[in-house]
Ligand binder design. Structure first.
Ligand code: ADP
Ligand code: MG
Length: 544
């Protein structure tokens, strides 16, 4: 054990020695550190000095910087202000631009719509265009064809013109021939009329009126037969109705130039007389009168019923119109006519002017004058110059009006008066130098029963005498001639009935049994007239 402690003691002594060494080492290190610290402290002082300088510099710099910052701040705020203004302006501008934009947008939309419609139009137009182009081609072809035709036509026109001028020459030649033929026709026409006899008699049987048909007593009509084909014969029979049927007592046959049955129309009648009417234009005195008892259809035949239709118009209006039309047609053959119409009523020895302006002015006295040239005139009478069909219609209307104004008992009075329509026709042909003067007289006589009525007294007698006297201008003269009675004076009537006259008498008869006797009288008288001749008509034409 003491050995171990001795070793420990050795160890500790070595350890102490090394520590002491170390302490000595540390001491030297400490002294070097102290000197080092002194150096460091002086260095610190320098650094502090330097730091102070730096601090001063920094402060200066900071102040400068603050100044700069203030300056910059004011600049900044000014700029900010400007910026704000700019911003506001820009905002306004933006708003404006936006509204503009919106408007532009809507416009754009519209434009787009328009665009689409235009596009569709363009497509239809282009298809149209195609169609038109094909049309165009077709038209061009047509035009070419037409041009060809035109050239052909022009050449044919040329040849036609040639033909036309040749035809015109031929035409002039033909016209000359027509004029010659017209002169020949007039001569031949007259010869035919002469051969037919200068006084011709037509018989017309009127139908029973609706009123007569309605009353049983009046319906009894005489038995009338028309035996021949040509329509010239009439057989009147007295018939009695008994239990065994209708019995014929006695039959009376008559023959005339023409017999018109109850069914004959105004057209049928006019067809037969139109040739005669034409003679007036050729320069003859034509006289057509209606004879018969009151109610036998004289006025219906000559003038037509009161409200006439084109079918029922009477012979007077038809004749005047035909003459007017024929005269117009003859103008192409060189004839120029003047036509003057007069219309009078002869009642109780007085002449009333039916074309006068103041109705029937009975105070005005008219007289018949016979000139040395055979012309018969009435004084102070209205003469209407017929220049147009309207004028013709107007004078006929006026006459009808004047007659209805003239009397309140028109029918009663018209049965006792004669109505005379006179148309004077003077024609001149400037080419052939011919001239002609013709007269057409159309007369609706007073009722024939007045002539035979005997035993009349007072006013009636006077009236009957007057009718008799005025009828002597016509009926009596014919009667006298037919009787070859030398004592009946022709007086001044010869000019209108003999010589250059062509006369036609209508004997109008009633179909009624109640009129049987009067009808027989009329038919007998008419037969006498029919068998008489009054010389040969000579044309009153003068070569001027
Ligand atoms: P008048 O003049 O002879 O006295 P009207 O001409 O006045 O006779 O005729 C008597 C009547 O008989 C009238 O009512 C008339 O309209 C008519 N009349 C006459 N003839 C015809 C005819 N052919 N057709 C139809 N009616 C007729
Ligand atoms: Mg009459």
């Amino acid at each position: 054990m003491l050995q171990s402690s001795a070793t420990n003691m050795n160890d500790l002594t070595s350890k102490l020695e090394s520590s002491q060494n170390k302490i000595a080492e540390l001491e030297t290190f400490r002294q070097s550190l102290v000197s080092e610290v002194a150096v460091k402290e002086s260095e610190n002082k320098d650094i502090l000095q330097k730091m102070r300088h730096v601090e001063q510099d920094l402060q200066m710099t900071a102040r400068q910087c603050e100044d700069e910052i203030r300056l910059l701040k004011t600049q900044h705020s000014m700029e900010m202000e400007q910026l704000r203004m700019t911003q506001a302006r820009l905002k306004q501008e933006t708003e404006m631009l936006e509204t503009k934009l919106r408007a532009t947008n809507t416009q754009l939309e519209l434009q787009m719509q328009e665009n689409t419609s235009l596009r569709s139009t363009i497509s239809t137009q282009s298809s149209n265009c195609l169609a038109l182009e094909s049309d165009n081609r077709a038209l061009k072809m047509k035009i070419e064809r037409t041009e060809n035709t035109v050239t052909q036509c022009e050449s044919s026109i040329q040849s036609l013109k040639q033909q036309l001028s040749e035809s015109q020459l031929a035409c002039q030649d033909l016209e000359q021939r027509i004029r010659n033929e017209e002169t020949i026709r007039r001569r031949l026409h007259n010869t035919i009329q002469e051969l037919k006899g200068n006084i011709r008699v037509f018989c017309r049987v009127r139908p029973a009126t609706t009123a007569e048909n309605a009353s049983r007593a009046e319906t009894m009509t005489a038995l009338i037969k028309y035996p021949d084909q040509e329509g010239r014969d009439i057989e009147f029979a007295h018939a009695k109705e008994s239990a065994t049927g209708i019995q014929i007592e006695k039959s009376y046959p008559f023959t005339f130039d023409k017999v018109f049955q109850t069914t004959s129309t105004q057209d049928d009648v006019f067809e037969e007389i139109s040739q005669l009417v034409q003679s007036a234009l050729d320069g003859y005195n034509v006289c057509i009168f209606a004879y018969g008892q009151t109610g036998s259809g004289k006025t219906y035949t000559m003038e037509g019923p009161l409200s006439a239709t084109p079918e029922t118009t009477g012979m007077i209006p038809r004749s005047v119109l035909q003459i007017y039309e024929n005269a117009k047609a003859l103008e192409s053959k060189g004839w120029v006519y003047t036509m003057e119409g007069q219309y009078v009523e002869i009642y109780n020895e007085t002449i009333n002017d039916l074309l006068g302006n103041d109705g029937l002015d009975t105070n005005k006295k008219h007289e018949i004058r016979h000139g040395p040239n055979g012309k018969t005139t009435i004084t102070d009478i209205t003469t209407a110059v017929l220049t147009s069909p309207e004028k013709v219609a107007a004078i006929l209307k006026k006459a009808a009006h004047n007659r209805s104004v003239g009397s309140t008992q028109m029918n009663e009075r018209s049965s006792r008066s004669h109505c005379v329509f006179t148309l004077r026709l003077s024609g001149k042909n400037s080419i052939t130098e011919e001239a002609s003067e013709g007269v057409l007289n159309l007369i609706d006589l007073a009722g024939s029963e007045r002539l035979s009525q005997s035993g009349a007294t007072g006013d009636r007698l006077k009236e009957t005498q007057a009718i008799n006297k005025s009828l002597s201008c016509l009926g009596d003269v014919i009667y006298a001639i037919s009787n070859k009675d030398p004592h009946i004076p022709y007086r001044n009537s010869k000019n209108s009935l003999g010589g250059n006259s062509k006369t036609l008498m209508f004997v109008n008869i009633s179909p009624l049994m109640s009129n049987f006797n009067e009808t027989l009288c009329s038919l007998r008288f008419a037969t006498k007239v029919n068998s008489c001749t009054i010389g040969t008509a000579t044309k009153r034409a003068v070569k001027s």
